[in-house]
Unconditional design. Structure first.
Length: 57
């Protein structure tokens, strides 16, 4: 799962776009805990979300 797919899946399930990086972090963790993504995908998304947060701040 990549970052774009994570955002699309979030929007589909919640019927709105994520308003913050934190919402996507929580959502990614939920998917990981429900075994909807593996550890490699989860770690890669955490890197992307972390770098997005650093560039925004």
């Amino acid at each position: 799962m990549n970052f774009t797919l994570l955002k699309e899946k979030f929007k589909f399930e919640n019927n709105y776009d994520a308003s913050s990086r934190n919402e996507l972090l929580v959502y990614a963790k939920k998917l990981y805990l429900q075994n909807e993504m593996n550890i490699c995908e989860y770690r890669e998304l955490m890197k992307v979300l972390d770098s997005e947060g650093q560039s925004a701040g």
